[in-house]
Write a protein that binds this ligand. Sequence first.
Ligand code: GLN
Length: 312
Amino acid sequence: TYRPTPGVVTDALAELLERFAPLREGSLADYIPQLALADPDDFGIALVSMEGHCYQAGRADVPFTVQSVSKPFVYALALSRLGLEEVTRWVGTEPSGDVFNAISLEPRTGRPANAMINAGAIATTALVPGTTPEERFGHILDCLSRFAGRCLDVDEDVYASEARTGDRNRALAFLLSSAGTLPGDPSEAVDTYFRQCSVRVTAADLAVMTATLANSGVNPVTGETVVSEEVAVQVLAVMASCGMYDASGDWLLRVGLPAKSGVSGGLVAAGPARFGIAVFSPPLDVHGNSVRGVAALRDLSERFGLHLMRRP
Ligand code: GLN
């Protein structure tokens, strides 16, 4: 198996931090007012190996809301409970080529294109079993916590901010409902989705969560089997094709790792059977992906030959 030499990893992360901290491009997401209060200079990187070693550089312990980085992990939960066939009846598996919050459904099926964009994530959240909204969200928070290996909680200010301003996501939920591709009540689904996006994490947490996917569903720090290997592989495959919204093709070409980004500035990437890595830096590019995150992971992948299509 691949064993990164500890000194090499620590040095590489520190170097990435130093190289890309001066990058001043991008802008903070402000359509959720609370996210506009982020510190654009926050910058942290964390990597977790398959042996459960955690490496960090910079502000890897600063909390922020998980936002869209929750999508692959809740997709994993839905797949675990319902299986791929049932989940794909509701949510597709094709890259959309559209922006993350696009008002669009597949023409023939009426499904959202995939679970990594908002429409598909709202449908995925609605698929999580539970008799009450509290129970459904309880399963989601519990699952995210198992992936992270510690009890996570909700940032109520960000939740309230998004719930107040989230009409576009509300519109998406009602559109899905009218197309018959949203199980249950649309208001409830979107509210649970807002809560899911408001779960507080650090870059260090996200690295453990992603390392769990890379490690066939077993959390390498706690040793717990969070999802089956089959589900972990399915989620990584959809991250590889759809995780970076309408920049997914370019990302797969240049970086070559399954990944997922979010509007608060989190970005995760998995090296299957090797590592999980997470970057936190709030300024975003036009696709809604962290500018420093993209730059740092691209550099790391090139330098260490991490592209999946290369010989290991
Ligand atoms: N909560 C955000 C939204 O739905 C998540 C989007 C994202 O991270 N890209 O708009």
